[in-house]
Write a protein that binds this ligand. Sequence first.
Ligand SMILES: Cc1cc2nc3c(=O)[nH]c(=O)nc-3n(C[C@H](O)[C@H](O)[C@H](O)COP(=O)(O)OP(=O)(O)OC[C@H]3O[C@@H](n4cnc5c(N)ncnc54)[C@H](O)[C@@H]3O)c2cc1C
Length: 1287
Amino acid sequence: MQSLIGQLLSLPTAARFGQLRYNYTLVIEHPMHDAWIAIQPPPSALSHKPQARMYITREETAAVIASSHCSSEMSSSEQPRTPSPAPAQETAGANADDTSGTHVSSGRPGFTAHNRKAVEELAHVEPDPAFFNDHLTACPNAVVEAIEKRSDVRRWVADISKVKTKEALLYQPVASLLTTISRVVFEHLQAAEDKDQLHLPERPIVFLDHHSHVPTHFPVGRVDDKPDIIGVVGPENAYNIAHDGTYEGVPYHCIETIVEAKAIYGDGQAQATRYAFNIQQARPDRPGLYCLSVKPGKFQVVYSSPVGIEASEHKPWDDCASLCAYIYSLYVPPEGHVLYDRTITAQEPAGVSLGKPTWTIETKDHVYSGAVIIFLGNPWGRRTTVFRVAREKRSVIIKEAYIDCDRRFNEADLLDHIHKGSFLPGVVRYITAEDVKNEDDAIILKKKDGTLTRKKRRLVLADIGQDLTLAESVNDLLMAIYDTLEVHRTLARNRQVLHRDMSLFNILMYPVSAPCETRWFCKDAPPLIDDVLQGELRPAEKRMARCLIIDLDNAASLVGAKADTVPEELRCRTGTPAYIARAVAGGSLYTTLTNLSWSEKMPELSGEAKNLYTKLYGEDRYNKYLDTHNTIHGGVPPQETLSASAARARKMTFYHLWEYDAESVFWTMYAALLRVVPKTSPKESEQSQDRLNRNWKMFYEHTIPRGCERDDTRNPLLDADEEKIAASLLPAMQEVALLIYNIARHVYPSYAVMTPPPPHEDHLHEAMQRLILQYLVDHRNNPIPLVPGKLRPVSFSDNPVINRGTYGATTQEQGSVPVVGVEAHTVDDIQAALKFAAKHNLRLVIKNTGHDYCGRSSGRDSFMVWTHRMKNITMHDAFRPAGSLSDESFEHAMTVQAGVQWLEAYNVANASGRTMVGAVAAGGSVGAAGGWVLGGGKSFITPVYGLGVDNALEFTLVLANGSHITTNAYEHPDLFWALRGGGGGTFGVVTSVTYKTYPNAPTVSASLIASVNSTQPAISSGPLAKAFTEFVRITPALTDAGWGGYITYGPGALGNFTYELVAIASNVSWEEANSTIIPYFDYVQALADNFSGSGTADTQLKISVAETTLYSSFPSWYMANIPASGLVGANLNIGSWLLPRDLVETNYTRVAETLAMVPNLSFEFIAGGAVSRVNASSTGLTPAWRKALIHTIFGVGWEDGTSAADISELQDTLKAASAKVRALAPDSGAYLNEASMFEPDPPKAFFGAHYDKLKAIKKVYDPMDLFVVLEGVGSDEWDRELRCKIR
Ligand SMILES: Cc1cc2nc3c(=O)[nH]c(=O)nc-3n(C[C@H](O)[C@H](O)[C@H](O)COP(=O)(O)OP(=O)(O)OC[C@H]3O[C@@H](n4cnc5c(N)ncnc54)[C@H](O)[C@@H]3O)c2cc1C
């Protein structure tokens, strides 16, 4: 978000001159006589096709919206997109692989960052006495001796040795000891002759106590590990120190090693190794990783890599040579212990130090930058990592894995074979497949005993697709499943390749295929579902599939796979636990007695479905699979007792049949259908929710047992009758339940036990496809539209892999926006709208300009009142507030209606030679009578004339009961008090505001732009930091002298770090203004002079502007400097805090140092002066404003298309920055209008001591809580979505 401040927050280049962008699609129209409401449904997430408009009356809208108010329906923001159940545990041994015998492996391991228990179990390894020889490089004796002699080292060893039980006492001395050793070793290596071949980091690794904080930016999902000590590349001051003196917020990609301390009895090794697990997942650039487990008296080194985990014996703390060997190996690992993959590097976002990185990946013929991790695999096995590189039309997917060198099949070879000579639609292709190399050295890791060697392979994929759960309709989803089965059987029959890992991860839909320029389309590709439904075979080059089968890591060649000569490969139990076929999971052909009953013959098609089938595939294919009177799927049920069959089944050897992949496709389809949300019946009932939870749990908890296991925990899903299945789905899906039930009856039996078994390997494919085809033909006109991307909620944790994203373009989903609203032109319109909303208990939002940073003028599924068209402005010669008994009157006061924007008001005022206190934004776009004034209303000239609330004389508004009232110091004074600071959208709909105006007066502006050539914040001793600190110091004097303005401090447009000051002084002469500001310009010039010629580029200060200018008035300054139009929105979240004058006066250095570290700072000296002269209790505004001198804003932004997980990481950065700034003045508060969405205590932050009174007034005027906004007065009684009252 380079130059976010420059774009949105800074002056004069762009003084937040635009509207925030909200992705709503509401279109409001206002035909003259009847208040019709137009709804435009959101564009379809996938097709972006415009949809037809519907016009409904107000009454009809009730049905649309009322159903969503206070319901248990989940919001898509709460729900992850991909429902991907995986087991809570993984059965393959940590070091196991999948190439021999009938042992277990898993294509999508259930290892995830969250499977803490399972991982920890696997993380425990027996100490290896040869570890120090085999896995570490000894540190030269001379270096060890030098280290041993150091007094600080001895002292720390002594401190460590004193610790008997408490692990916490180890943190500090261990971190210091290791840092010292690391520095000495680093210096030694720096001086080495072969230094250039060592690939040393730029700085030594230092060890930080991070025990009370979670490292940040785990790439996928969330992890809450807190490694006690982390080793990072220094210096320490590049990292943040928390209040408790420990470090915080170090991102995963900076961690080189970790140290886990344990009390005397704890198992530090397993825990340290589990932490290593996550770090390795987060660091695709680190093949291997060392970590240390420490406890009172001893330490133990662990090496973790894709070939497994090795641990040393425990060593006493005075064994300096062993400790040094650990540190030495961090820089110079022994042969075969590859610590770095130099083809991949982390890139922090420009200007966001310690921000979430993207990755730059170099393949042999291309450099891919901006790669984002979307999937993480087991780091102690193949460690598959999948990246997405966003491209305008089609993203590129890069997949890396550490492949067992003994594996017979590799994915790229299989894909070559599949697409040999022609492109088989429905199966992914690749652009590049290569062994990953550090220069000429392939990245190869070997187990010491020679039993396992893995090399790193990288595949860049050409085709992409979407998760099944993003289907737009049930029919679309079923069409993808149909084609998956068709493509799968073509693969098996024509290409002799069996996938063996069909799952929700590996079956995609809506494929976007790369052009097929150099190859032919496969002429023998079978008819696919689109051909069948259209009744006509498309030409080969147009015969695209509805599915994309990916990830052939576990695929095997079927060549030579006869029942009597089954290759070892096919006996391997492989698949993704939730979706794996029962026989494959259990290694047994028999799961319960019922699957030894064969009752369902090959389904017959009827009517149009049969005609279409035979037209496209021919009668022969149809008849080939039909049963005779004594066959089932072509096989013959055994003529023996059930128990005899069971006994025989137990003895039969399992090997991977085609039908098992078909079964996996069934589980995949079932899982997707369970979680999707039909548009017409999105609401859960208690029963459907309960059934869903139960069924989902069976998927989620399904495991691949270590030994042979007959009972499969998913059997109840197959046993369920149609009614039970229907009860677990939402109402619109009832007919789908019948389809699932029918297919399940074909999936259930163990066909291999028949005598003889079905003659055609694809019999189950055929049966499933027939049932799906019949359904699709019968339901052509009822596709059951789905809410794309929305998932039904489940009551327990979703699969941790849920956030893996899709192998494809990101999708757009309807955001937090209203579905319908009223474009109000008159007070009547508002009254009617409020009555309607109140009657139907709708979630109401009031929108004026939509500028609110917290989205308060919007709301998911809400009903909107839009005031933008109410544009009347009245200039009064003498204004007398209603009800005033005295002769009190205000000259040239101005009344603005609710939709007036500031530029419109300024123009009218200026025409009468008047100045108004109003917002400063491009196009003058902020509303003059909405949220701005209700929340406070700051301007550049507030130090001279006070805030917006101090200048408001009177409001008119419509209350929740529909009455239109006037409020001022005489009429409803309590409400008048509350409206001035109690916030927008809280007490009623304001229809007009009357303001004081002032005669135009000379205005002097001051501008200073200085920068250093660095994207990082300048170091604290640098000139930019000094310039800022000095400004903070003189701010009290400047505001006393009438100056008001902003400083922005952050990455500038040119990639350099920029300090930009824009200020104005009103009602003063040019000489007076210069006398207060020029000394500061001189100070900055002296800094530039002092630093020029010395230091590095990042300390050389360049001043590009330093000037003052005289204007005849504030409006003329405004017209000359503020663009007439500008940025209309940005993806950003902000934080803010008001800093009191006494803090700045007494501790300006701390203020400057803290603020210099926050992202994209805007330092606004717009308080003080007239603002602080107003009695704090005279308005509802938080009293913090009256003590404040400075308002700070800072923020994080992101590009379009950034994933939710990445945004959440950025928000974490923001929260951390907010905490630091808040800590400067915890008793102060924040400006409601420029507020963080994440304030921990909103009432205190935004309203302070006035909160209780504001709430009491709200109860009087809005007893039914029609008006509630995020973090507003009374919102503490509502859930976060403001749908349901919780108190
Ligand atoms: C580009 C930009 C520049 C800005 N510049 C300044 C600035 O110079 N000074 C400053 O103080 N702030 C500034 N702000 C912050 C601004 O004050 C807030 O965003 C404010 O909420 C905008 O009010 P609005 O009515 O224009 O926007 P909206 O987003 O439409 O409304 C904001 C809130 O007020 C409520 N509301 C709106 N109209 C009414 C009404 N008629 N009756 C009752 N409630 C209503 C809404 O429900 C919502 O809760 C700026 C914001 C942006 C995005």
